[in-house]
Every structure is written in structure tokens, then in C-alpha cells.
Write a protein that binds this ligand. Structure first.
Ligand SMILES: [Zn+2]
Ligand SMILES: [Zn+2]
Length: 352
């Protein structure tokens, strides 16, 4: 019998992503599940992989680590899901049993398939089918009333925002500053709001994205560094103190410097962004500021909580989906997304 083939977007080495036919994956381990992908998307990490900025990415791997689908098959050891279940897939696969997993630090799971492996070191979900190791840990059932689009960002973008907001130790009277109002920044703003801070400030170089953040109630104040002095404005808004918590979700050339400068003494500065280059920590300049830095990447271990917040309407990423297409047209979507054409924020890519 000939092998069944499917369409998949494959990283073929630096600068090269190709849509090609690949064999449909099979169960390899009792804890695996095979998922029929129904909706997938492109993440800025995929663009980082394309440009060779993710050293651990393996050429020949099917891309995609943010998607939802239907359980097609399960291994004998899978207990949490059944064939036919609609599920959101976690960006991280993790064993649940190692030193780090037991402490919730699933990004550093020591299993060979642990951490961010999907769409990076093992085949991901910009394809018709995908094999998910440790399925009981990496799949979250989607409630009937939650659409695929509403659940699409559970495992990566929302997990990132949720994790960053938790790390930032936000308190009710705080002023929180979020750098970046792109997909990660918008989700970070959304999750910062869950803690009920007194004021949320969004900073971005795009007025359009800032307007969206304000219109959706994700930010109270918006600042564009191209037209305002962000550091001075934040000091002015906080009686000269600075922001109580800073979340850096921009990953721009000088945004790390802005992040620590706008933080008040003793603040937490949480670096959510993934940088393409090394950053400088000018310790003499920040001496006495007594800052706490926390760095990425996400421990995506709260998908159940995120799904519940989606179900009750407290997390709503509908405003992020600006473009829709199908898997056959994903290469066009890559071009639009990478080059920020046509006011794109995120794609919802249907897999038929
Ligand atoms: Zn991602
Ligand atoms: Zn582990």
C-alpha cells in the first residue's frame, strides 16, 4: 500500500520554507496522539527560524507550533483525550515527570522531545496531520461553545502573555507598561488586565496597533516613541517613579533599554520578547535601581486556565485575526506576515 501523503510547510534551511507533500505521521509511542489540524497560524518565531535565528531548529522539520485540531488517533497510554475531541495544542511538549516539569518549568523539560520542539525540532502543525508526544500534557480540550478561532492562540501567544503577566507580579494599584502591541504584546496586555492593575500603558511604533489596543480596552494610555519621549511620559504619569511592572514584548533594537529605563526602582522587568541579537545590560547606569529581570521563554503550563478564561469571555483574541486563508496558500501568508503587509496582525489558516 502506498504511503498516504499530506501538504505541509517545511523549513529547508536558512531563508527557505517550502510547501511540499509529506507522509501522514503515525503513532510512535504509547503517549502520542495524532491530530488532524483544522486551523493553524504563523508565529514570528517561524520567521526567526526562517532567518536562522533559532539555532536548535532542524532543517527538514515541518513548521507550526500554534494550532488547533481534532484528535484522530491516540496511543495506548493516552488517557485525557479521545478520538474526535477538539483540542488546542501546546507549543511545548513536556514529560510532566522530570525535575523541571514537576516545578512547572516545562520549557526546560529534560526529555529529548521536551520544551519547544514542535515545528522546530520535531514536525509541527502547518500541515494536515501532526504527531504530538506526551499528548496528555500538551492537549487542551476545546469546549463546544468555543470556536477554533477563539482557541487558536491558547498554546503559544496567550500562554506567553499569561506567563509573562504572572512573572511580572502585578498588583491592583500598579501601573504596568507593555512594550510592543503586536500579537505577543496584545496578548500580554490582555493577560496583564486579568490582574486588575490601576493603569496599563502600551508602547509601540505603530499608531494603528496602539489604537487597536485602546479601542479594545487593553490599554488605558498609549505611547508611540516616534512621536513622544516614552521615558519622560511614563515618569510624568507616575509622579517621577516609573512603571511598577514592565513587560518587554517588542524585541526591537532599543526596546530592552527602554524597558529598564521606564521601570521604577525595585520593579520587575519581564522580557517576553525573543531577540535576534545580544542586548547590553549597562549595570553602572542602573546601579541602585535594584531591578529584578526575568527572561523568556514561556512555560506554557496553564492552557486549562486560559481555555476557561476564553470560555467565559475574559480572554478574547478575536481582534488579532486580521487575515484568513487556507494551507494551500500559506506561502503567500508567510510573505504578508513577514513583511507586515496589508496591516496584518495574525492569520487564521484553515486546513481542509
Ligand atoms: Zn510562537
Ligand atoms: Zn519534563
Amino acid at each position: 500500500m502506498s504511503e498516504q501523503l499530506m501538504t505541509a510547510a517545511v523549513y529547508q534551511g536558512k531563508g527557505n520554507i517550502v510547501l511540499e507533500k509529506r507522509p501522514v505521521p503515525r503513532l510512535l509511542h504509547p503517549q502520542d496522539a495524532i491530530i488532524k489540524v483544522t486551523l493553524t497560524t504563523i508565529c514570528s518565531s517561524d520567521i526567526h527560524i526562517k532567518h536562522g535565528a533559532v539555532p536548535k531548529a532542524v532543517p527538514g522539520t515541518i513548521l507550526g507550533h500554534e494550532f488547533v485540531g481534532i484528535v484522530e488517533k491516540i496511543g495506548a497510554g493516552v488517557k485525557g483525550v479521545r478520538p474526535g475531541d477538539r483540542v488546542a495544542v501546546n507549543v511545548e511538549t513536556f514529560c510532566g515527570e522530570c525535575y523541571f516539569c514537576k516545578r512547572g518549568y516545562v520549557n526546560n523539560c529534560t526529555d529529548e522531545h521536551g520544551g519547544w520542539a514542535l515545528g522546530c525540532r520535531i514536525d509541527g502543525g502547518q500541515s494536515e496531520y501532526v504527531r504530538i508526544p506526551f499528548a496528555d500534557n500538551g492537549l487542551t480540550k476545546i469546549p463546544d461553545l468555543v470556536t477554533d478561532e477563539a482557541a487558536l492562540f491558547t498554546g503559544d501567544l496567550l500562554s506567553t502573555g499569561y506567563w509573562g503577566a504572572a512573572l511580572a507580579e502585578i498588583k491592583p494599584a500598579d501601573t504596568v507598561a507593555v512594550l510592543g502591541a503586536g500579537p505577543t504584546g496584545l496578548c500580554t496586555l490582555m493577560c496583564a488586565r486579568l490582574y486588575g492593575p490601576a493603569r496599563v500603558i502600551a508602547v509601540d511604533v505603530s499608531d494603528e496597533r496602539l489604537e487597536l489596543a485602546k479601542a479594545r480596552g487593553l490599554a488605558d494610555v498609549t505611547l508611540n516613541p516616534l512621536s513622544r519621549n516614552v521615558e519622560q511620559e511614563i515618569l510624568r504619569l507616575t509622579d517621577g517613579r516609573g512603571a511598577d511592572a514592565v513587560l518587554e514584548a517588542a524585541g526591537g533594537r532599543d526596546t530592552f533599554q527602554t524597558a529598564w529605563k521606564i521601570a521604577r526602582p525595585n520593579a520587575v522587568v519581564c522580557v517576553v520578547a525573543m531577540y535576534g541579537e545580544a542586548q547590553t545590560l549597562p549595570l553602572p547606569d542602573m546601579y541602585g535601581k535594584n531591578l529584578v529581570f526575568k527572561t523568556g521563554g514561556v512555560d506554557a503550563s496553564c492552557c486549562g486556565q486560559i481555555m476557561e478564561l476564553i470560555r467565559v469571555g475574559r480572554l478574547d483574541t478575536g481582534c488579532l485575526i486580521t487575515h484568513r486563508t487556507t494551507l494551500d496558500h500559506i506561502m503567500e501568508a508567510y510573505d504578508v506576515f513577514e513583511n507586515k503587509k496589508d496591516h496584518v496582525i495574525k492569520y487564521a489558516i484553515k486546513v481542509e
